[in-house]
Design a protein around this ligand. Structure first.
Ligand SMILES: Nc1ncnc2c1ncn2[C@@H]1O[C@H](COP(=O)(O)OP(=O)(O)OP(=O)(O)O)[C@@H](O)[C@H]1O
Ligand SMILES: [Mg+2]
Length: 159
């Protein structure tokens, strides 16, 4: 079974990588799919995000990294994936994730959404929080991989 793990990953965090590592044990292949959303202004380009994720997942054999535009279920069908992998952190994730899962099920009944509960040390970790900390010069080394931390420092402080 192939699983798609869709998201913005702007940037990818250790919380995301944890979900990929655990997903890769459950499924034959996990495709991490960066959503290219033209209406959002991301910190990193899609190509940069793909490079960052590729670097962080190179130790996992059955992972691919890609990007897509449009409906996740259409992308999943194109790649013969039967599962959308998502992570659940706090209660506030639940409502929008459930809504998204129902919507995707309505769009394509063949594709199931599977949720993995966050590992507890990452339960308050998000890309937004990493950006907030980094822009004010805080330490993010325990929240993202070395290559991403480097990219963040460069982006905000030109180091
Ligand atoms: N720390 C984490 N633990 C488990 N799942 C996570 C974690 N961070 C994100 N996820 C999950 O990864 C998927 C992709 O999330 P997304 O790209 O929105 O990242 P995010 O960290 O929530 O970023 P943003 O702050 O921009 O919303 C979602 O299912 C999200 O719930
Ligand atoms: Mg989010």
């Amino acid at each position: 079974m192939i699983a798609i793990y869709p998201g913005s990953f702007d940037p990818v965090t250790l919380g995301h990588i944890d979900i990929v590592e655990r997903g890769a044990k459950l499924f034959d292949k996990v495709i991490v799919a960066v959503l290219s959303n033209p209406s959002k202004k991301p910190l990193f380009s899609v190509d940069k995000r793909i490079e960052q994720i590729t670097q962080c997942t190179k130790h996992i054999a059955n992972v691919e990294v890609d990007s897509f535009i449009g409906l996740t279920v259409d992308y999943a069908k194109l790649h013969h994936a039967g599962v959308l992998l998502r992570g659940l952190r706090v209660l506030s994730d639940f409502e929008k994730e459930l809504q998204m899962a129902h919507t995707n099920k309505t769009l394509n009944n063949e594709i199931e959404t599977v949720f993995l509960a966050t590992t507890k040390e990452y339960s308050f970790l998000s890309s937004s929080i990493v950006k907030e900390i980094a822009q004010f010069g805080g330490v993010i080394d325990h929240l993202v991989s070395d290559n991403v931390a480097q990219d963040m420092y460069q982006k905000y402080h030109n180091k």
